[in-house]
Design a protein around this ligand. Structure first.
Ligand code: GLA
Length: 380
């Protein structure tokens, strides 16, 4: 799982020298609080054991030279002047450099080798891991202090403004701020977070449907717009400010689609806060039930699930070891997350994977993962 030695070997092979440091930044799985970050609401993700590793050597000039072991490609740019070229993994790093420079950080060049194991396009935030690892590399070689919240905003800016994907702040915040053994209850408006310990006696199992998110960007942007329409209706800037009482008192005046979208967001906030409370009380039964309710709301009201996700979640829920399951991430394919009794986890993985394969002819990937620390320097 830890690719730190492999990325050092890759660095040596490519540059014929030793790196100065190794940094890494994790992907994430969101336990609950889906499609609420851009509404200023509450999310409860955790950083996972899969991450992006970078072996890095300081350069005395302004050149950034990179080799991506995942793509088998090299790229480079000069910090004194660079521009967006075309969709490419290096643009995420250029976007980070640009956002850092805009914030007044003086950057130093570096040579880097990159190796990751967050599956791409599966909803586990491989891009946030890449952005935060790059930010960490720049911070280490340039010597500016690491402020996790600022670096999460830098990662988001790279993605929104440079790469052109309109994501919220959740993925970058958890990749920057994660803590081992904990999920992170994040208020996406104030960006204040609390680490909440994972319940004992359970495992977090990620199940990849092996379906990928077609048209996810346009559907995502459409959902964001529908949420904004609902906020305008209620006269608030962010839907987070509409209480369930206020919503249910006026929902009949909303067009059907807007009503459903808003209902998801407003009830999801309540569920997420309740889930964090349940975790604090080590009450995994309640946590599991809330995860399932979140899935139903995403499936029926927010309409961002797909057949594969629904099949997988239903099969997971039908397993006796399962306390709760839901789609996770933006949706339209990608992964589900399940809360499973520890003693049943091995059987759960085997049996649910087999049942899913039989039902869909698709082979699901299964990742059992603990919660890890956020972006960090590993050695050197
Ligand atoms: C994607 C985005 C996040 C968030 C989720 C849905 O992962 O990057 O900001 O909106 O979808 O919860």
């Amino acid at each position: 799982m830890n690719l730190s030695n492999d990325v050092v070997s890759a660095f040596r092979d490519h540059y014929g020298a030793e790196p100065d440091i190794v940094v890494c930044a994790p992907g994430r799985v969101n336990l609950i609080g889906e499609h609420v970050d851009y509404n200023g609401g509450f999310v409860l993700p955790m950083a996972i054991e899969r991450a992006m590793w970078m072996a890095v050597r300081y350069r005395p000039d302004q050149e950034v030279h990179l080799v991506s072991c995942d793509f088998g490609q090299t790229a480079h740019f000069n910090l004194d002047g660079f521009e967006y070229l075309k969709p490419h993994w290096c643009e995420y790093i250029k976007g980070v450099a640009h956002a850092l420079q805009k914030r007044g950080h003086t950057l130093q060049g570096w040579d880097g080798a990159m190796l990751g194991n967050v599956p791409r396009g599966s909803g586990l935030s491989s891009s946030a891991a890449l952005e935060l690892a790059a930010a960490k590399a720049f911070s280490e070689v340039s010597g500016f202090p690491w402020d996790p919240v600022e670096m999460a905003l830098v990662g988001q800016e790279s993605e929104n403004k440079w790469v052109g994907v309109n994501c919220g702040i959740m993925d970058q915040m958890i990749s920057a701020c994660g803590r081992a053994g904990h999920a992170y209850l994040l208020d996406c408006r104030s960006l204040e977070g609390t680490h909440v310990p994972l319940p004992t006696g359970v495992k977090i199992v990620i199940l990849d449907t092996a379906t990928r998110r077609g048209l996810v960007d346009s559907a995502y942007n459409e959902r964001r717009q529908q949420c904004e329409e609902a906020a305008v209706f209620f006269g608030v800037e962010l839907l987070r400010d509409v209480t369930p009482e206020r919503f249910f008192a006026r929902e009949k005046d909303l067009p059907e689609l807007t009503r459903k979208r808003a209902r998801h967001v407003i009830t999801e906030d309540v569920r997420t806060l309740a889930a964090a409370d349940a975790m604090r009380m080590n009450d995994s039964e309640t946590l599991g039930r809330l995860m399932w309710e979140s899935h139903v709301s995403l499936r029926d009201d927010f309409e961002v699930s797909n057949d594969a996700l629904n099949t997988l979640v239903d099969l997971a829920m039908a397993h006796e070891g399962c306390l709760g399951a839901r789609m996770t991430g933006a949706g339209f394919g990608g992964c589900a997350v399940a809360l499973v009794r520890e003693e049943a986890a091995a059987a759960f993985e085997r049996e649910v994977a087999a049942a899913y394969q039989q039902a869909t002819q698709l082979e699901p990937a299964v990742y059992v993962t603990g919660a890890t620390d956020g972006a960090r320097r590993l050695q050197g």
